[in-house]
Ligand binder design. Structure first.
Ligand code: MG
Length: 445
């Protein structure tokens, strides 16, 4: 079955599981959950966006919501508009980095962030138990359009960086927007920061120029473009522009783990404070926090954007994020944000003046090994008990699966919420140690 319903929203295949009937029902379920009020509605650049958004809109109106249509918008842009407009919630029509045949529905709370697992379940339960409330004629909602998302988003990012310092650096930047939703706002931001922009895959057609996940194998052309244009840096957004990958001035893909590390390095040097990161995120962020001095503790959370946002709010973190290029600067918006991330990384370059490759080379380097194992839930449970018993000498966290930290590295074992698999991630200073740590845990199956 191609329909996925989880805390990060609903995703399905167009012409199959993602139908207008489902989209309208989920829109109405969300509207019922909110008990009316205004809802901000944005969509990424997929060709199916209009179809899904129209159906979601109909459902919201039927449940008595006032719909503020943003048109083409990123996930962070839509989240930011929820708070800018004081709306009761938001919905983004996107399947993030999934291929073009997919589309999805992502809910946002009044705080402009991903809902908790509990809130997501309440919305799904209204749909599942057919408790949707369709209002009578006087209470059916109306809609309006608001096209200010890009300007407001760019303005918020410019406010949190030293724009004048970045402009003085006159950086050359290659931006790969993968024909997604982030092209216009990404380019506007870079130009506002005085960058010379070489923009690849800039048209928001949803015809993704390469496999949209911003991983090394999909960004070969970006790396080449950075070299060919002698650029200072390359950035890759995913289709809904919440994730950001970075390429250095040598044309090296430096990995999504570095996005949070570089952003944290910049933020902590100016405003020291606590950091939030999920358990699968690199130790680099701990090293950066330790180097920044007093007060910069790292709060580790369960995997999932909402958990990071919770920790940011609970511990008043100055920055947070995940190792998949998803950085949250709470001064901009409480979801992962490629625009905010670009601003912070450019801020670091403006402050340091050395090429990015030099900054990256002096940062701590680790190797991550990722594996997955197909096992039944019962087998995973037994395995986890053995892992727990084997953790002696290490620091154990059971916030989400099990993570064990030893001085030489760490391992995180985590059962998938949706599939009968468990993932093992390990990290150490070299590949042999990382592999050995992963094997030590995998051998306990
Ligand atoms: Mg995304």
């Amino acid at each position: 079955m191609s329909l996925m319903m989880s805390v990060s929203g609903v995703r399905g295949i167009i012409g199959d599981s993602m139908t207008p009937e489902l989209a309208a029902a989920l829109g109405a379920a969300f509207g019922t959950h909110l008990r009316g009020g205004s809802v901000v509605l944005g969509m990424d650049s997929r060709p199916s966006g209009e179809m899904v958004a129209s159906a979601v809109k109909a459902g919201l109106l039927s449940a008595g919501c006032h719909v503020i249509e943003l048109g083409l918008a990123t996930t962070p842009g839509t989240a930011l508009m929820v708070t800018e407009l004081g709306a009761r919630g938001g919905i983004v029509i996107t399947a993030s980095h999934n291929p073009i045949i997919w589309n999805g529905i992502k809910f946002l709370t009044a705080a402009g962030r991903a809902p908790s697992a509990q809130t997501a379940e309440q919305i799904f339960a209204i749909h599942r138990d057919q408790r949707i409330r369709h209002e009578e004629v006087e209470r059916v909602g109306r809609s309006e359009r608001d096209l200010s998302t890009c300007d407001r988003h760019v303005a918020r990012v410019v406010r949190v960086v030293d724009a004048a310092a970045i402009r003085r650096r006159q950086l050359k930047v290659v931006l790969d927007s993968v024909n997604g939703a982030g092209g216009a706002s990404g380019r506007t931001l870079l130009e506002k920061l005085g960058c010379k922009v070489f923009h690849m895959n800039a048209e928001p057609t949803g015809q993704f120029a390469h496999t949209p996940e911003p991983t090394a194998e999909n960004l070969v052309s970006l790396c080449e473009a950075v070299k060919a244009n002698a650029a200072d840096i390359g950035f890759a957004q995913d289709p809904d522009a919440d994730r950001l990958a970075v390429v250095d001035n040598m044309g090296r893909y430096i990995g999504e783990e570095f996005t949070l590390a570089l952003a944290a390095k910049f933020v902590l040097a100016r405003t020291p404070g606590p950091v939030a990161a999920n358990l699968s995120t690199s130790r680099m962020v701990d090293d950066i926090a330790a180097a920044a001095g007093g007060g910069c503790v790292v709060h580790r959370t369960a995997v999932g954007e909402a958990n990071v946002a919770d920790a940011i709010a609970a511990h008043k973190c100055v920055i947070g994020g995940e190792g998949n290029g998803g950085v949250i600067d709470p001064r901009v918006v409480l979801v992962r944000d490629s625009l905010g991330s670009m601003g912070l990384v450019l801020g670091l370059l403006a402050e340091d003046w050395r090429p990015l490759s030099a900054i990256v080379d002096e940062m701590p380097h680790y190797v991550m090994v990722k594996q997955k194992y197909e096992l039944s839930r019962e087998q995973i449970k037994v395995w986890m008990q053995r892992v727990r018993l084997d953790a002696h000498g290490g620091r154990l966290s059971d916030v989400d699966g099990l993570r064990i930290d030893w001085p030489e590295g760490w391992v995180h074992v985590r059962p998938s919420n949706t599939e009968p698999i468990a993932r093992v991630i390990s990290e150490a200073a070299d590949e042999a140690t990382a592999t050995a740590l992963a094997r030590r845990v995998a051998d306990l199956r």
